[in-house]
Design a protein. Structure first.
Length: 94
């Protein structure tokens, strides 16, 4: 792992892990609900929304459709998690 970039925080790491492990497109509300069920200290919805925006800016996540309500990892995002983020954490609730 390299030095943690300034844009990364608990919410971005938790969001990356959840999307990586799920392998599916998830809404912000779905991310929040899963993190609330699985993480010891889940971020609020506003922090998850900010995390998704940061990850979109860096091409780590994309929307599934034009509606833009469901997010999934891009290949770049998946590679980033594998190289820089501890992907081994909690599972997800389906």
């Amino acid at each position: 792992m390299t030095e943690t970039p300034a844009w990364r925080d608990d919410a971005t790491d938790l969001t990356l892990r959840l999307l990586y492990q799920s392998g599916i497109a998830v809404s912000v509300d779905g991310i929040v609900a899963n993190l609330a069920a699985l993480a010891e200290s889940a971020p609020p919805a506003s922090a998850v929304e900010d995390a998704v925006a940061k990850l979109q800016e860096r091409d780590h996540v994309r929307t599934l459709s034009e509606a833009g309500r469901f997010y999934l990892l891009t290949d770049r995002g998946r590679e980033y998690v594998e190289a820089e983020v501890d992907a081994e954490a909690f599972g997800y609730v389906d």
